[in-house]
Design a binder for this molecule. Structure first.
Ligand code: NAP
Length: 304
């Protein structure tokens, strides 16, 4: 039976950075990833705030990180981890591809898009409702789309959609966006983007595919119908913590609370990236978080 020094769950920027560090430290490392290496980063069109790159595609950066991690000896296993158990000094990870045993675990399983929870959303997933512009934008060439949300994801993805769609309508519940100012400025001056503020989507309707959204103004209560061929939902992300929830302490928003040294409540279990309660959720901070967790693993193993 293989006993890894560290099993890193999640191959996003946090997990892959951790793997580069633990690999370089000669620790026997496996990255366990259920989808694509890079995670949400791989689905990002371009990144302009990662130091060293003027602009780089999320897919390209994911490939570079994976290449670097494997160069230092980390293995990649494609599997979905359903539960992590502590058995004595070791961890047992239950996956859909068998069990994995490791001395330490870095939980960097990332997050997935939240549903907005309106009638029609679930019904039209894959038939007009989407959570990933980079994946689906090309289906909307010369068509009209709505984007729900006012954060960085929503505005960045709206800008990406303008390459294909004839019109992009951003529907946001407040009068102000929480997205970065530089992205807001770009959105506000884009000729293809229309803003519907202080408004929420009441329902998504259509026949075989999405045909319109009904929008309610939150101040006046007035309802209006807008013909669109697609609805892109970006209302935040839910962290993946289910498999470790009995071993960690969660914040009120469902993220893992870390001790100052990067440890969770369970000795040998560390966490990094989107699953952790922190101030900023970006690739650059995920990288920092991954580096800290890997260094904490090194110290922990040296002490044992
Ligand atoms: P977010 O910052 O949490 O924004 C979610 C947006 O959805 C908010 O505008 C929120 O409105 C709205 N919203 C939430 N629930 C809603 C509901 N039920 N109905 C209607 N609207 C709803 O999420 P995010 O944009 O995905 O970003 C997540 C994190 O990743 C952030 O820390 C962000 O900075 C980071 N990120 C960074 C970049 C980058 O390139 N810098 C790119 C993507 C993401 P309110 O504003 O009214 O709350």
């Amino acid at each position: 039976m293989n006993i890894y020094d560290v099993a890193i769950v999640g191959g996003g920027p946090a997990g892959m950075t951790a793997a580069i560090y633990t690999g370089r430290a000669m620790l026997m490392t496996v990255i366990i990833e259920k989808g694509v290496a890079g995670g949400l980063m791989a689905l990002t069109d371009k990144l302009e705030n990662v130091p060293g790159f003027d602009s780089i595609g999320g897919g390209e950066l994911s490939e570079l990180m994976l290449k670097q991690a494997t160069k230092f000896g980390a293995g990649l296993m494609m599997a979905d981890v359903s539960k992590v158990e502590k058995k004595g000094d070791l961890f047992l990870l239950h996956t859909d591809n068998g069990e994995v045993t490791a001395r330490t675990v870095i939980w960097a399983a990332g997050s997935s898009p939240r549903k907005v929870g309106v009638p029609g959303e679930m019904e039209y997933i894959g038939r007009g409702v989407s959570y990933c512009a980079v994946c689906d934008a090309a289906f909307y060439r010369d068509l009209r789309v709505a984007v729900i949300g006012g954060g960085d994801s929503s505005l960045k993805e709206a800008l990406y959609l303008t390459r294909f769609a004839s019109e992009v309508v951003i529907i946001h519940r407040r009068n102000e966006f929480r997205a970065e100012k530089i992205i807001q400025d770009e959105v506000r001056k884009h000729p293809k983007i229309k803003l519907i503020l202080e408004s929420v989507v009441e329902k998504i309707t259509g026949k075989d595919f999405v045909e319109s959204v009904t929008v309610k103004n939150v101040k006046s209560g007035a309802l209006s119908e807008h013909p669109v061929d697609g609805v892109f939902v970006f209302v935040g992300y839910t962290p993946h913590v289910e498999a470790v929830k009995e071993l960690v302490t969660l914040s009120p928003t469902g993220r893992i609370l870390l001790k100052p040294d990067g440890a969770t409540g369970t000795p040998g279990l560390f966490a990094a990236g989107d699953v952790v309660e922190k101030l900023v959720y970006q690739v650059a901070t995920a990288i920092g978080c991954g580096a800290s967790s890997a260094t904490a693993v090194e110290h922990y193993l040296a002490g044992h």
